[in-house]
Design a protein around this ligand. Structure first.
Ligand code: SAH
Length: 210
């Protein structure tokens, strides 16, 4: 089915198993066309990842919705959320529409710059952005009630676990060719792991920022 509006996309995601009505409503109201290259706006509301330049992609809407729903299972809307991998800023905008505060880290400066402009266009002023290596998290703003990583890590970044508040949840794809979406819940300084489903993300790159 070709979905041509936020409302149609939200309906499709509901059919695919997304249950949280706040997530579905936010998907319906977020103009994904603003986050894709002009040549791809005709596909903006389809449930697919799309190229955004710099060999990166805007995530598949189903995955964006699923990860957001997983955070909301555990933490309230009054939370402070850390996102690693701003990319187009689409997931950032969904988070900022739901949660009180969002901090987002991106290693490619040009993508971060575009994403920042889009937040202003949508009047989302509760987002702080940092141009840095996401493996390190954002220590000076920690702890975070929730952390979401939108690129696949080869192993669990320890800094992120350290920056997660007690009672908080971290959602992260782990693996190289075979990636699994994981939920990590921190309770009394112990971490409980849960495998959610198979996913397909670009890699969380180590080292130098661009
Ligand atoms: N949620 C974004 C996903 C973009 S793809 C969207 O839907 O648009 C993943 C992003 O993670 C890319 O922009 C990539 O540059 C970024 N990334 C990869 N490794 C990173 C790292 N170590 N630190 C910060 N960002 C990183």
């Amino acid at each position: 089915m070709k979905t041509r509006s936020g409302a149609q996309l939200a309906q499709l995601l509901a059919e695919k198993g997304i249950k949280n009505s706040l997530v579905l409503e936010t998907i319906a109201n977020t103009p994904r066309a603003l986050f894709v290259p002009a040549s791809l706006t005709h596909q903006a509301f389809e449930n697919t990842a799309l190229p955004i330049g710099q060999r990166q992609t805007i995530s598949q809407p189903y995955t964006v919705a699923r990860m957001t729903e997983l955070l909301l299972e555990k933490v309230g809307k009054d939370s402070r959320v850390l996102e690693i991998g701003t990319g187009s800023g689409y997931q950032t905008a969904i988070l900022a529409s739901i949660f009180d505060q969002v901090c987002s880290v991106e290693r490619i400066k040009t993508l971060q710059f575009q994403a920042k402009r889009r937040m202003n266009q949508l009047d989302l002023h509760n987002v702080k952005m940092k141009h840095s290596d996401g493996w390190l998290g954002w220590a000076s703003k920690s702890p975070f009630d929730a952390i979401i990583v939108t690129a696949a890590a080869s192993k669990m970044p320890q800094a992120l676990l350290e920056q997660l508040a007690d009672g908080g949840r971290l959602v992260i794809p782990i693996g190289d060719t075979e990636q699994r979406l994981m939920c990590m819940d921190k309770i009394d300084e112990q971490v409980n792991e849960q495998v959610i489903e198979q996913v397909n993300f670009v890699p969380l790159v180590s080292g130098e920022v661009l």
